[in-house]
Ligand binder design. Sequence first.
Ligand code: LLP
Length: 426
Amino acid sequence: MSFFSYQNGELCAENIPLSKIAAQFGTPTYVYSKAALLENFSAYANACQGHDALICYAMKANSNLAVLNLLAQQGAGFDLVSGGELLRVIAAGGDPQKCLFSGVGKTRDEIRLALSHNILCFNVESIAELYSLNTIAGEMGKKAPISLRVNPNVDAKTHPYIATGLKDNKFGIAFEDALATYQAAAQLPHLHIVGIDCHIGSQLLDDAPLLAALDKLIELIDQLAEQGITLHHLDLGGGIGITYADERPVAVADYLGRVFARIASWRASKSGSQHTSIKVIFEPGRSIVGNAGVLLTKVEFLKPGAEKNFCIVDAAMNDLMRPAMYQAWMDVKAVNNAAAVEPSTYDVVGPICESGDWLARNRALAVQTGDLLAIMSAGAYGMTMASNYNTRGRPAEVMVADGHTHLIRQRETIESLFALESILLK
Ligand code: LLP
């Protein structure tokens, strides 16, 4: 169900009118629904019941401490890509031992930090990283738990910027090189091989490419077993998409059901061999938080033109990058849908000095200056990708929970933007 719906002509988050939130906290503001977040997580948790599985929320989608804390309470692990993200997990009460560290460019300091917190696994993306991990773990008197991120060369059929499983992507280790890389890893004394992983892309509507990737990983796990390398887990990455317009993504339960069925039949065919009890890990991001949040913004000016009408709002590409960066289509709703004006077709744009600063194009909206709009399904890759371009403080973040609103991140102040800067001293 949607936790953002109209009640008496007013768009609400759960049962709280967004206009009330705007009056209290100002705009632009990200507004999240706790119930939506928990429902999305439950879809994964329920589908995993009775299976040896772990859900590691890909926190790059939304890393607010309140979001992480709620998911940690549900038993989530985390997929992280920086030392900063690991420290966020810890600050939010999450368990580092349920954390995976992904990414092609982990720094030595980040590796040390992650080793010192005994994370679950490093998802290794290159041979160079493998050697570096071995050296650093040796220096610290530890064994680094590793998985190789294998690039299965499967077409995820998504936007080129968010497809990651093809040969020409910077990610992962080529499928053909994986066996030799595992053999090399097995020779390194300060590594402990624990798993295999892949992540082929984001906003996937169909699970066929994910299941094709699973088949390729299974093929590799069998080959590794023949070489005496046994894995404890298999990590399929994230990727299930959400509805922005009229997309119909595969249901999480159906996708996970097919994964577990495939694994069960593989285990049955291998009964008696060592890797029959492999743990399955998922790294969902967007499908947990995407439709649990909206960006609330106010109309500053209407600017009719010969070619286009512009609806100029107080949110901009620095607050929500997805349209400018991926030409992403995000739904825009008038917060009050009982407007007295006739609809016109607008481009919804921000105040930033770039033609690319748009949030939506060619939308029929019945709006006047001062009205509120909600950019829908903005909970994932919204605030985490926001910047301070044009010296704009990033939006406030509010969570609606059990009939109450909570300010979970204050709007950035101008003072906070200057705080780390200084002028030259003589
Ligand atoms: N695991 C890894 C290793 C990833 O790189 C990603 C996302 C995920 C998991 C989570 O994928 P999800 O379940 O969210 O599809 N900024 C873009 C999306 C970038 C995705 C990057 N990697 C956007 O706004 O569409």
